[in-house]
Design a protein around this ligand. Sequence first.
Ligand code: FEO
Ligand code: CA
Ligand code: CA
Ligand code: CA
Length: 677
Amino acid sequence: PPVTPPAEKLLGFTAVPKSLADLVTVPAGYTATVLYALGDPLTASATAFKNDGTDADFENRAGDHHDGMEFFGLSADGKASSTAVDRGILAINHEATTNQQLSSFFIHANGGTNTLPRPGAEIDRETALHGLSMVEVRKTGGKWEYVKDSAFNRRVTCLTECEISGPVRGNALLVTKYSKDGTKTRGTLNNCGTGRTPWGSFVSGEENWSGYFVRGAADNAARGNDKSVTSLNRYGRSQGAASRHGWESGGTDDKYARWNNSKLGASTDGSDDYRNEMNGMGYIVEADPYNKAKVVKKRTALGRYAHESAAFSKPVAGQPLAVYMGDDSRNEYIYKFVSTATWNPADATPTDLLAIGDKYLDSGKLFVAKFNADGTGTWIELALANSAITGFAGYKFADQADVLVNARLAGDAVGATKMDRPEWCSVNPANGEIYFSLTNNSNRTATPSGSSALVPDGPNPRAYTDMKGSTAQNGNPNGHLLRVKEGAAGSAATSFTWDVYLFGAESGADTSKVNLSNLTSDQDFSSPDGLAFSQSTGICWIQTDDGAYTDVTNCMMLAALPGQVGDGAKVTLSYPTANGGTLNVDTFVGKKPTADTLKRFLVGPVDCELTGITETPDGKALFVNIQHPGELTNQANIADPGKYSSQWPSNAGYGAGKRPRSATIVITKNDGGRIGS
Ligand code: FEO
Ligand code: CA
Ligand code: CA
Ligand code: CA
């Protein structure tokens, strides 16, 4: 839908100050209400959440670590509606759980077991808390609530059967004991950012899945020294490294055994064990939020990596669709998928959402971004036909499915640009430009020593650690927002231009080295992560997931009204190098924000990150997630609520117990206006 011209002054609210208080702060004239928290029951028969570590039945409760989220409207008679403003379904990612050792300690009475083997009963709770929620929300008598007994309510966990769709379906890399023909897998895991397709379905990115699996230290020899270790290592894992939760230790049942990726059987293809199981994670998954009978599909054509969000280009009749995506790990890449099918506007209102997904998301080309120093860039296709890929010395790709499953290695082969951790991306509805959060990168320095250290470059130009502007170089701790403008071919373009829209920084930091966007105390932030444009107001909402500025303020959300690529100036940053020389880095900095174009809107409770941004189509209810409040609580203090670093949301009057809970909140304006005005 087109952006509604503002009838009111956007960003007219008073900026929220930085804060360390254990609560959600919004501007005067706004109200934030807790809507749906970890453990909340999703069926009529599920019991109220006691929040003392004795609750069970988590398959019928809200999961943990609420992350990306999208609103799907419902008409009064319960049909899909793109215009409904007082009833809908929230599709929510439950990314992870709070743990310091193996155990997700806030959901077990005594904090749980941190030695192997772990009790199956604890593991069952933890696996149930991961995945997705679909939950109905309604406004009744002016107040938003979730509907406990709605027939739309659904949980997908990391054990729910999912279908492998697209070019990787049926490939040998997906063959497991669970799916001997490589067409299905169990569950979706570490769901992080989200997106909404032009046909109205929900998409979700699988991010840090690799850490949940274990592979034996001696396993490479058992597999005949095949290339699978190269793949394992490239996705951040090494043989013999402990898994995040030790779920593989729960017993011989498939639901535990599948987390062990060692070769256990005699087969040559993995059909009698789970050596290929990790290849079933790391995709963009698509779900029909309105129909819980529809199996979630993994859209393998979009590549396998640590997916964050998926942002669709504005559909144009007769042209292909583009999907923009980031791989959230230090030094990883930015990707674009371009559909083979061209857009048919009749597909905007389908009867079968996932059938339309098959049409646009199962066939197309995957590209990776290469940024040039002069403000231009190219999209390089990751195709087996590319000689840089077929001839890559680092890994021998068997077929195009192998290229997609090992997209990181394919990106290496073509010399893609290593970025400062790409988190969310979003398309500006006003001009189609694509915005990327680059959250931070501790490895960026002009004096590199280790193999993973990178020198600053145009799109990742900062390497001064100290927010006050010292000349110490040890990375880009505050992150930045990059934006891309496609060439004349639009969604199918293979060239683009770019600039840095905004740099995170402390407002007092040196404006020539660190605070390059001249942020004031009403605007300063660190580590941008969640990012989404309102389709109603056009406001760009920016959320933080930070550790660098948390001595001063909890994580936050800002409202921005950005301009366009190229509206600022070229800036040259100079760094002393190890050999006594100077490294000059040219970059392009967007027009500096003013008090009318960037303003802090919300600060969250202690130890949380802000994530997930969605709204009703009229822009008058904004839904946001508070993820992992209190996560830095010492696990040893589980019995003493006075020592929890946060007691939110119980301290806001929501629910029983004092253990902190991830939760969805809804923000409304007291005068009934649009959010951000
Ligand atoms: Fe789940 Fe990249 O944040
Ligand atoms: Ca994130
Ligand atoms: Ca993050
Ligand atoms: Ca997180």
